[in-house]
Ligand binder design. Sequence first.
Ligand code: PMP
Length: 388
Amino acid sequence: MDISHLLTPHSRNMEASLVRELLHYSQQPDVLSLAGGLPDESLMPAYPELKPLTDSRQYGPSEGEKDLRECIVSIVADRGIETFTDNVLVTNGSQQGLDIVSRLILDDSSTILTEQPTYLAACQVFKLQGAKVQDVLSDAEGMSVSALRDAIEKYRPKAVYLIPNFQNPAGHCYSLLRRREIAALLDEQNILLIEDDPYRDLCYDSVDLTPISTLIKQAPWLYMGSFSKVLWPGLRTGYIVSCDAFSPYLVKVKQAVDLHTNRLAQNMITHFFKSGQYPDHVTKLQKAYKEKRDVMADALNVELGDLIEFSLPAGGMFFWVKLPEGVSSQLVLTEALKDKVLVLPGTPFFPCESSLEDAFLRLSFARVSPTQILKAIKVLAKVIRQLA
Ligand code: PMP
């Protein structure tokens, strides 16, 4: 597959770091390496009681730890993505995955298409590269296929960025039909898909979760995952799985931006997966978050059912609430804060100007207890009724 038309002129000519390329030789026991700036392990402080730390002292491969990449191959295989370790890049959270991809393909001559609304920090990264971010009408089943076709014809974008499962902020989950239609359109138009999937394990109802990347036959694709929502966000660990053509370019950017992802974080995650605890852990998360989601849904219906609109998210962390006509999300934020309840106005999730910008709130049910949810929604109801 030729992806050279997708790369910016700078990334097309990017050179790999010789030092990083040579690193794997220095890990062979019979090679005496006078290359590279690797410190002497024997002089590092010893923490024998913390084995993962001992295993993580030296510089590591830019692609990520081999063991973790093998784990990721098997994680995504369960989702239907058949790949191998060469096509897995471990990143500093999926946020860095977005940054790396943006550096590779976007500059001020490019346009990228997103859902409307979409993840605000993705737009920040795309815009930082100078790209134009164009949103495309989306509904409860995801991005509208006819609107996507029109936007592709009008803007000739470098890529389409989608969050098909339990989207941030709207909570929607694409139907299988919509996934198929989008994959077929991207194939027909040969447009790169960037599929961002950090919430998929936080699934509470039975819905289709087929990665669109697996439905694509010939167009280029990149699939991003994260351990932030299911394990430890502070460890900043995520990954990009790519179609073959992309991997060598992605790793060169990774080399250039931070050499590699923190090895201690990677080893802790590998350790957790190898311990076999992950399936039970996910079951625990799903049970707890589902309960909170249901408490928030009931509270919103009871307290505000006559005034607001929302759909029940089948997974993830968010309710996307449409306020009554004329009620400003900014004002709700200010007023609710007086009663010590913090809500997020939907405004920053609209990459392009929209009349709907001020009409939504994003409410997360993940970190508050059921009792706190009830209390917060009562405050919110009081504020919204006063403003309506
Ligand atoms: N993509 C989406 C859709 C997100 O919601 C988030 C986190 N809020 C990220 C990416 C970044 O996650 P990470 O912690 O893995 O960088």
